[in-house]
Design a protein around this ligand. Structure first.
Ligand code: CIZ
Ligand code: SF4
Length: 319
C-alpha cells in the first residue's frame, strides 16, 4: 500500500539521518525484514543479531524484536543508542522467569553452573555463569558436562529437555515455555506428514518433546534455514514462528513450505505460530522510535557489568 511505501521511505531517510542500522529478528513481519535487508541491516537469530549490532559502526541500533534482544544489544554496545519500536514487546520465557525468584532458585543450588537462555532479562543474565542461544546451547552444555559440571538451566523446559536428552548432562530445570512453540501438536504434524509423505519436518526445540521427536532436523532458526537448503526434500513442514518463512522461502524459492499445525481437533490456540510480541513491531512505531528517539533501552552500569560476563562467554565460545 502507498501508506507503507511512504513509511518505508521515511524510515530509510531517518536511518541515514541518525547514523542508525536496523537489526531485525526472523520472527518480525515481512515488511520489517525486507526493510532491514534493503538498508544494510540484518535479519537474524538472537545470537547473530547480538554479534551484528556489536560490530556495526552505526551510532544507533534499532532492534526490531523483543525486549531481551534490545537489552543484549545495549549490554554489548553501551556506547551506542539502542532503540526499539516498542518497549512492550516481551517474551513468555522472560515473563515466566522473574529475577528475584530465579535468584532464590540459584541460591538453593550453589553447586550448579547456571546456564540461561538468551530469552531472559538482564537481571536474570546477571545471575548466570553462561548465556546461550539455541544455536550453541548443545555445544556449551557438552563442554560443561565434559568438565564434570552440574547444570541449572532456565527458563525453557522444552529446550532444556531436548539438550538433556542429547547430551545426557545433569540438568536441573526451570519451568518455563514459549507460548508460540508450545502450541505445535504432534498429531497435526503426523496428519500433515500423511498428506505429504516426502516432506521433511523441521522443528525448533522450544516445541514440546512429542513434536521434536518427529523432526528430521531440530535446531535454531538459522539451523532450520540451513537445513531447508541442504535437505533434498522438496516439501518442508516447519514448526517455528511463521515469520521464518520470509527468509526460508527466499533461501529455497522452489520448495513448498508448510506451517506445522498448532491445534489438533479444532482447538483454538493463543498464538497460532506467530509471536504476539514480535508482531508488535511495525513500520509505524519503528518510524516513531527513530523520529522521536522513543523506545530507548537503558541498562544500569552495574547490572550491565554483571550481565556482560556470561554474554561474553557465549560470544567467545568456539569462535
Ligand atoms: O524463539 C525465539 O525467540 C528465538 C528462536 C530466538 C532466537 O533467535 O534465538
Ligand atoms: Fe519468546 Fe516465544 Fe516470542 Fe520467541 S517466539 S520471543 S521465545 S514468546
Amino acid at each position: 500500500p502507498a501508506e507503507d511505501q511512504a513509511r518505508v521511505a521515511e524510515i530509510k531517510q531517518l536511518l541515514k539521518q541518525h547514523n542508525a542500522v536496523l537489526v531485525a529478528h526472523y520472527y518480525t513481519d515481512d515488511a520489517i525484514q525486507q526493510l532491514a535487508e534493503e538498508t544494510g541491516g540484518c535479519v537474524a537469530d538472537s545470537l547473530e543479531m547480538a554479534r551484528f549490532g556489536a560490530r556495526h559502526d552505526a551510532t544507533t541500533l534499532v532492534v526490531a524484536g523483543v525486549r531481551f534482544m534490545g537489552e543484549t544489544a545495549k549490554i554489548l554496545s553501551p556506547e551506542k543508542r539502542v532503540l526499539m519500536p516498542t518497549l512492550e514487546a516481551t517474551c513468555s520465557l522472560d515473563i515466566g522467569c522473574p529475577a528475584d525468584e530465579f535468584s532464590a532458585f540459584c541460591d538453593a543450588h550453589p553447586d550448579r553452573t547456571v546456564v540461561v537462555y538468551a530469552n531472559t532479562s538482564a537481571a536474570v543474565k546477571a545471575r548466570a555463569d553462561w548465556v546461550v542461544t539455541s544455536s550453541i546451547a548443545v555445544e556449551v552444555i557438552e563442554h560443561l558436562q565434559a568438565k564434570g559440571e552440574k547444570i541449572l538451566w532456565a527458563p525453557d523446559k522444552h529446550l532444556g529437555g531436548y539438550i538433556q536428552k542429547k547430551t545426557g548432562a545433569d540438568m536441573l530445570m526451570w519451568d518455563g515455555a514459549c507460548i508460540v512453540h508450545e502450541e505445535f501438536k504432534a498429531k497435526g504434524v503426523e496428519d500433515l506428514k500423511r498428506l505429504y509423505p516426502d516432506a521433511a519436518v523441521l522443528v525448533h526445540p522450544e516445541s514440546p518433546e512429542p513434536v521434536v521427536r518427529l523432526a528430521d532436523v531440530a535446531g535454531s532458526t538459522s539451523q532450520l534455514i540451513n537445513a531447508a537448503k541442504t535437505l533434498p526434500n522438496e516439501q518442508l513442514i516447519v514448526a517455528t514462528d511463521r515469520g521464518i518463512f520470509f527468509k526460508m522461502q527466499q533461501a529455497v524459492p522452489e520448495k513448498m513450505l508448510f506451517e506445522a499445525p498448532t491445534a489438533g481437533n479444532g482447538a483454538t490456540c493463543r498464538s497460532c505460530a506467530h509471536c504476539p510480541w514480535m508482531a508488535m513491531n511495525a513500520l509505524d512505531n519503528l518510524a516513531g522510535a527513530l523520529r522521536e528517539g522513543s523506545g530507548e533501552i537503558q541498562v544500569g552500569s552495574e547490572l550491565r557489568q554483571q550481565a556482560l560476563k556470561p554474554l561474553e562467554r557465549m560470544l567467545n565460545f568456539n569462535t
